[in-house]
Design a protein around this ligand. Structure first.
Ligand code: FAD
Ligand code: MLT
Ligand code: ZN
Length: 473
């Protein structure tokens, strides 16, 4: 366990035989997991950074079962930890102590799809990539693309307000989720599943749950607005001299590519060094100080290729881009994207030695935080590297240590968060607060907002059984 946060267990009851008996009567023996080896993957997070010690995982199949579980846990004052695909990177989806894990992995039915409106309604445990495969057959696409798509659940995506590569094009979950069904801490099933694009009948309650990281309710059903699937796709991989030219190229891409621009990602040369070392992949165009990956998605191959070629030529003529390659064939596109999507998987082999920060910054200060951290860390680390969703002002800053050190982490974090605040940024752009950033929320959030958040939590979950120690500490 690499957990630098000292928190005490809340005043919750411990799991007793009679509780287990109730869960077994409700779900049957197979959906109440208590075997130690089976529990392991639910107790530890994706990067093996945080570990809980829950002795039971419950696997409901529908909203009614979730409702019964929560109603029982609320009466018995048993803390719970909702879990989707467990790909969260801030320790939000694993228990801190012995919280009961409620997994949505068996809640994976597609309920309906309307081909006229593009509205998909499904259970919360559907895996993102499975939804996309289902939609592809009907000419639609999920408006969300993240490297964890093969494992993460749509309910987890909603609960984290996940961002990713397509946010530039389609916007975030607040815009794409049309409705939700949610179970409150006391077991009440709340129907906000309206599948209407426009519905101004009172408070927009669904927004309360989007990004609330399992602390206000358990999402059981999701209704999602899905766009038509683009039939033409191109990716450009470009090498650039400095960050100033990265920004100028970004501006040019917006002007020249307009409505077909679908993603714009940046990475620095130190990220490429990390990729070579850990993932054994390399730049397809040789080495440069910065790289841009620009994707277009449209409906007319010739038109899109002409536009991208025109942009590429102009960016070379203007001296913004030093070198580049453009891919139109699906295999080449996937192989370029895989360089980007695999970065995080490389952290796993570093034994917790990569400290990662998910930051929003105004574009003028976007890369400054990486330069500053290099100076701050000096020789005490292996490398500091930065990459991210340039189009959204979201950078992922990593500090790779020689080996994991609690002491170094404690030294680094307050400094980073102070600098982000001073540079008018956010300490969590898309990953959430979870367990790992909870102690810093007080530092960055205005008191008035924080107080209202606490009032909402008390109203929704008076006993505090839903995902304790997360978001607030
Ligand atoms: P989990 O990790 O299981 O849970 C996340 C949070 O939601 C927890 O607080 C959990 O308690 C809660 N929760 C889960 N399901 C429910 C539910 N049904 N009801 C209520 N609460 C629930 N994130 C990005 O934003 N952008 C990226 O580009 C991105 N790339 C990634 C790449 C990789 C390789 C990895 C490993 C992760 C990446 N992530 C990214 C982080 C992660 O994939 C997302 O946060 C994702 O949305 C989590 O979904 P999940 O189903 O795994 O949720
Ligand atoms: C990404 O954009 O690859 C992820 O958000 C980074 C991460 O999971 O740390
Ligand atoms: Zn990201």
């Amino acid at each position: 366990t690499k957990n630098t946060f000292q928190v005490s267990r809340g005043d919750y009851n411990h799991l007793l035989d009679e509780h287990v008996k109730y869960f077994r009567s409700l779900l049957g023996d197979n959906r109440v997991v208590m075997d130690l080896s089976d529990l392991e993957k639910y107790n530890v997070d994706w990067f093996l950074q945080v570990r809980g010690c829950s002795s039971v995982v419950l696997k409901p199949k529908n909203s009614e079962e979730v409702s019964r579980i929560l109603s029982f846990c609320n009466k018995e004052r048993l803390a719970v930890c909702p879990q989707g695909g467990n790909t969260n990177v801030v320790g939000a989806a694993v228990p801190v102590f012995d919280e009961i894990i409620i997994s949505t992995e068996l809640m994976n039915d597609i309920i309906s799809m309307d081909d006229n409106s593009g509205i998909l309604t499904c259970q919360a445990g559907c895996i993102l990539e499975n939804l996309d495969d289902f939609l592809a057959k009907r000419g639609f696409i999920v408006p969300l693309d993240i490297g964890a798509k093969g494992s993460c659940h749509i309910g987890g995506n909603v609960s984290t307000n996940a961002g990713g590569m397509r946010l530039l094009r389609y916007g975030n979950m607040h815009g794409n989720v049309l409705g939700l069904e949610v179970v409150k801490a006391d077991g009440t099933i709340v129907d906000c599943l309206s599948s209407l694009k426009k519905d101004n009948t009172g408070y927009h309650l669904k927004h309360l749950f989007i990004g609330s990281e399992g602390t206000l309710g358990i999402v059981t059903k999701v209704s999602l607005q899905c766009p038509s699937r683009p039939t033409s796709r191109n990716v450009a991989f470009l090498g650039l001299q400095n960050f100033e030219k990265v920004l100028k190229t970004f501006r040019l891409a917006k002007v020249k590519l307009g409505e077909i621009l679908s993603a714009i990602e940046v990475m620095d040369d130190t990220t490429m060094d990390f990729i070579k070392e850990r993932n054994h992949q390399c730049s397809p165009i040789g080495d440069y100080p910065f790289y841009l990956m620009i994707e277009t998605a449209g409906s007319n191959e010739r038109h899109d290729e002409e536009k991208l070629d025109g942009f590429f030529e102009e960016s070379m003529q203007k001296g913004l881009v030093l070198n580049g390659t453009v891919a139109s064939e699906p295999n080449k596109i996937e192989s370029i994207w895989s360089i980007r999507e695999n970065i995080t998987n490389g952290y796993k082999s570093c034994g917790g030695a990569v400290l990662y920060y998910d930051i929003s910054l105004p574009l003028d200060n976007y890369y400054r935080i990486v330069d500053e951290m290099r100076i701050h860390m000096g020789q005490s680390c292996v490398r500091v590297f930065g990459y991210g969703h340039l189009g959204d002002g979201n950078i992922h800053l990593q500090i790779q240590l020689k080996e994991y050190s609690d002491e170094l982490k404690r030294h680094v974090e307050p400094y980073i968060y102070e600098r982000i605040t001073a540079l008018k940024g956010s300490i969590s752009a898309e990953h959430g607060i979870g367990f790992m950033k909870a102690k810093y929320l007080d530092m960055v959030k205005p008191k008035s907002s924080l107080n209202l958040m606490r009032e909402m939590k008390r109203l929704m979950d008076p006993q505090g059984i839903l995902n304790p120690y997360k978001v607030f500490q």
